[in-house]
Design a protein around this ligand. Structure first.
Ligand SMILES: C[S@@+](CC[C@H](N)C(=O)[O-])C[C@H]1O[C@@H](n2cnc3c(N)ncnc32)[C@H](O)[C@@H]1O
Length: 251
């Protein structure tokens, strides 16, 4: 557990942060703690929509059968599973996450579909130790926001992709301060997400979501960082009336 910090001041005053965004060890502990409830809360809090947004991301990326793809920050593995089905026959997914508990759940979920080619790796997305220019494509859902250095994450992602490969990074969108979308987002995070998570003892863990979002680069900044990381093409598309965003990249 990490004590409340300055970052707590961006939240409603009565909430302490269990994790300060940008602290890699604390983030890893947070996702280990959340893992047993993660899928259920994800379905509940997004009304099942996260599955649609992930499928939309894959719809934009159009992974082809036979391709070898990466899922960075794979968590409990639902995007890796959908992706691996689309890459059949002959394709594969290497799914990695820094935290042990979500990976253990991902492996259990994959075990019921033994014909899917998925390898699981516990590693840091900013420094994977994997060989360069190996992959035909990559996805990262709700991961970039959690990295201590998103720019380093994008550089590592670029390093891993062969030239011309496509990648998609899905996450919450940083809405413009004062906009209707921002007001809705704040209401949603404070009045729905945190109280629901509190019911399973994870109030402070989900309060981290708003704090991490406040430090997350806006879409146009993500595009700039991606270009600086060496991607030849980068654009940011809003999803869910601007509540979510997808950074679409070509290496
Ligand atoms: C919000 S979850 C998203 C999981 C999954 N991609 C999904 O969309 O459901 C974020 C995941 O990122 C992982 N993560 C955070 N920092 C990481 C890092 N530096 N390297 C790899 N994974 C990381 C966490 O352990 C967690 O499983």
């Amino acid at each position: 557990m990490v004590a409340a910090t300055d970052a707590g001041s961006v939240l409603t005053p009565e909430w302490d942060l269990v994790v300060r965004p940008g602290d890699p060890e604390a983030v890893e502990q947070l996702f280990n703690a959340v893992a047993p409830n993660y899928d259920r809360l994800n379905d509940l809090l997004s009304f099942g929509m996260h599955r649609i947004w992930k499928r939309q991301l894959l719809g934009w990326l159009r992974p082809l059968p036979g391709g070898h793809w990466l899922d960075l920050c794979c968590g409990t593995g639902d995007l890796a599973l959908v992706l691996a089905r689309q890459l059949r026959p002959g394709g594969s997914v290497l799914a990695l996450d820094v935290a042990e508990e979500p990976l253990a759940i991902a492996k259990q979920r994959a075990a019921v579909e033994p014909l899917l080619e998925i390898s699981w790796l516990q590693a840091d997305a900013t420094d994977t130790g994997l060989p360069s220019y190996r992959f035909d494509g990559a996805v990262m859902a709700y991961g970039l926001r959690n990295l201590s250095d998103p720019a380093a994450g994008l550089k590592e992602l670029r390093r891993l992709l062969r030239p011309g490969a496509r990648a998609g990074v899905l996450d919450f969108n940083r809405t413009a301060e004062g906009s209707l979308a921002a007001r809705f987002q704040r209401f949603y995070l404070r009045q729905l997400v945190v109280p629901v998570a509190a019911k399973v003892g994870l109030r402070d863990h989900y309060a981290y979501l708003e704090a991490s979002l406040q430090q997350f680069p806006e879409g146009d900044v993500q595009v700039r960082l991606a270009r600086e990381a060496g991607f030849s093409e980068a654009c940011h598309r809003p999803l869910a009336a601007g509540q979510m965003g997808a950074l679409l990249l070509t290496a």
